[in-house]
Design a binder for this molecule. Structure first.
Ligand code: AMP
Ligand code: MG
Length: 528
């Protein structure tokens, strides 16, 4: 384990790839380069709200280093440690279905790539550390509420077993930031904050779309080759200097398709709605990235989105996420056509999305139901009927699946009714669920599923604790008053989401009624 000053920086992205020759933050189109060097903007009074010790260990940083007086300064961007080479990346993207041109890291500044235990490279990235050439008309900053949400959700998702970028630290800046939270003309000052995100790579689908949109094949190729060589060693690409053959690019696209399908299946397993699946928010590693107006299902509703900016079309609603992932993959594959030439091979790779997704998702569904595997013919109708029932009235998805594991005893519906918002099961739901239960139990009996094994399997796939929207908001309220313990306690609970934690029942309970319409507890805008 290293001290902060002894981190070993690899910085392969900035060492190996074309840089923007200009080092100012003047807003501009950056062509012929993949990144611009920038310096984080100093803040008034950095203070650590919370840190993740697992994430520190990941990069080989001694977790005790988070207690250093200068830790918050470094991770607010006030001081660089030797070896850091800060930069922001250029990328484009399709936003809400439309090509948006150059976007880029408007408020993200990568500090550098650290060599972690075992040699893996981990990029440290500050979000909210000030203006970059990609800030366009915005301020490069982030507010406390969205930073608490990003910090907690990154780590919660990791502990849930969902592929995700990580979060090392959450620091308040002591500066105030102007935001119009509901885009309704009521801007006010809010506390500023910076999250340090950590990932093997922050390259997005949109990173390839930008050079492709400009016809810059050389730049596109240098990025693709770098990503394949550094992040996809399993593809066995030849070393730099020898051209990568077309079939390796195709294999790479196939792998991105597979990883993206796995990621979305996990979202569906835990009831997560990303909220802004623009192609600039899709990691090339198939990790959940950019926690903005995301949300967690309370009542099971495939039509739900937390994002008020998407309230009209609900493009990014829960039940549409796999379709959007597929659409986004098509944008990504289109961008890399010039590297391969063979459109049909790429088309075939992307067309496999649906079958891969179905296979992964039904495998997870089998775990959620405690079945050894998913038999489409027998278990398909069982699953369809269950999800139909869950929509009959407002039924909490997380509580329902957790309680479905049992033990059930005389009245299996008694425990399940803890998932109902309102006065328990309505008659129509009750009778449908009783019928379903008897089919389900019949199926378990026919398969000879052993009770303890079933429960263990289900409890490993159905979390007790997720980052309920209102829980995040309560932690934000406390942090805004200068009390970091709400964030820290919540992080502690979310470190073990599949274990029943005595004394922490309220964290796994239904959303209270007061939170149904409270801003931040139900819906959010993109303002952050
Ligand atoms: P998002 O929808 O949050 O992923 O952001 C879309 C684009 O807007 C990205 O290029 C972001 O870097 C940029 N952006 C969002 N908020 C800000 C901000 N406060 N300052 C500068 N750029 C921003
Ligand atoms: Mg983004």
């Amino acid at each position: 384990m290293n001290s902060l000053l002894d981190l070993d920086f690899l910085n392969r992205f900035t060492r190996e790839l074309p840089a923007d020759p200009e080092n100012s933050t003047r807003p501009r189109e950056v062509t012929g380069a993949l990144f611009s060097r920038v310096t984080p903007t100093a803040v008034a009074a950095p203070e650590l709200v919370a840190g993740s010790k697992e994430c520190a260990a990941l990069i080989g940083l001694d977790p005790a280093e988070m207690d250093r007086a200068d830790f918050a300064s470094v991770f607010a961007g006030n001081a660089l440690v030797p070896g850091m080479d800060p930069f922001s990346m250029a990328y484009g993207g399709h936003q809400f279905g439309h090509w948006a041109g150059q976007l880029g890291d408007g408020r993200a500044i990568n500090l550098g790539e650290v060599r972690g235990p075992g040699g893996a490279g981990w990029t440290l990235q500050l979000k909210g550390a000030g203006m970059t050439p990609y800030s366009r008309s915005a301020d490069g900053l982030a507010v406390l509420r969205s930073s608490v949400r990003e910090f907690l959700c990154s780590e919660a998702m990791f502990h849930l077993g969902v592929p995700t970028t990580r979060a090392l630290s959450l620091v308040t800046t002591g500066d105030q930031v102007m935001r119009d939270m509901f885009y309704d003309g009521n801007a006010r000052l809010e506390p500023g904050a910076v999250v340090c995100r950590v990932a093997r790579s922050f390259v997005r689908f949109g990173s390839f779309e930008l050079p492709a949109s400009r016809g810059d094949e050389a730049l596109l190729r240098s990025l693709a080759d770098h990503v394949i060589r550094t992040s996809f060693p399993e593809l066995g690409a030849p070393p730099a200097g020898t051209p990568i053959p077309p079939e390796t690019y195709v294999a790479w696209v196939r792998e991105v398709v597979r990883r993206t399908a796995v990621m979305v299946a996990h979202w569906m397993r835990v009831g997560f709605v990303h909220g802004v699946m623009n192609t600039d928010n899709m990691s090339i590693l198939g990790e959940t990235i950019d926690y903005g107006p995301y949300g967690w299902l309370e009542g099971y509703d495939p039509g739900w989105t937390p994002n008020t900016t998407d309230a009209q079309g609900k493009r990014y609603r829960f039940g549409n996420q796999h379709q959007i992932a597929h659409w986004n993959l098509t944008r990504f594959a289109s961008a890399v056509v010039p590297l391969v030439g063979d459109v049909a091979a790429l088309q075939a790779a992307v067309d496999d999305f649906q079958s891969i997704y179905t296979e992964v998702w039904t495998g997870m569904l089998a775990s959620k139901l405690g079945l050894p595997e998913f038999d489409e013919e027998r278990d398909g109708p069982l699953a369809v009927e269950l999800f139909r029932i869950l929509e009959l009235q407002e039924i909490d998805m997380t509580i329902f699946f957790r309680e479905l594991a049992g033990p059930h005893g005389e009245d299996p519906l008694a425990a399940l009714s803890a998932a109902c918002y309102g006065d328990g099961f309505e008659p129509a739901t009750r009778s449908a669920l009783e019928a379903w239960m008897s089919s389900y139990q019949g199926r378990l009996a026919a398969l000879g599923v052993e009770e303890d094994a079933r429960r263990a399997r289900m409890n490993g796939a159905n979390p007790r604790y997720v980052l309920r929207n209102y829980l995040a908001q309560l932690a934000i309220d406390r942090a805004a008053k200068g009390d970091p313990d709400g964030v820290r306690e919540l992080l502690e609970v979310l470190r073990r989401p599949y274990e029943d934690q005595p004394g922490r029942d309220e964290y796994g309970a239904q959303r209270p009624e007061w939170a149904r319409h409270r801003p931040g507890c139900s819906t959010l805008s993109c303002s952050s």
